[in-house]
Design a protein around this ligand. Sequence first.
Ligand code: S3P
Length: 175
Amino acid sequence: MEITKVYFIGFMGSGKSTLGRRLVRNTSWRFIDMDDYFEEKHQMTISRFFEVHGEDQFRIAEKEILQELASEEKVIIGTGGGAPCFFDNMQKMNDSGLTVYLKLTPEGLVDRLKTGRNERPLVANKSGEELLQFIKEKLDERTKYYEQANVIVDSEALPMDAYGTLLELSGVDLK
Ligand code: S3P
């Protein structure tokens, strides 16, 4: 069966959006960033949504977005870092497309999260050792979900320009 949807999953800062945007360039596919979609839909930043409604409501709203996106075709979806870890979201993604886990070490993630921390409420006030500790703990909790992905990529080892081939070998025709 033809694959018409790819989900990039992984921790905050793992490069889901950067890679997704790059891969669809010069193809008829589109990239959808779940966080951007969320902010557009709710007319509010994710940080503000956390402040006003709290994380539990965020997770419910995030699940609804995944349901809305399930009917899209020829899309790479950059999912929020927590999305695979709540409800049956991971199962739903595996049922409706190809899931690709961009796997990085906590040390690799901490480096990338130093910038862009402020828009991410879970890490906004953390830095240095505290940030690294948080990533280690969360990653530990989340790995069992992330590793249900169809494809697991050692993202610190795979060069950026190899992802197109990787998707092709996984049955994705990015034309
Ligand atoms: C979150 C990750 C964020 C965003 C929200 C919560 C998480 O997405 O959905 O801040 O729980 O890991 P990115 O992975 O795109 O930063």
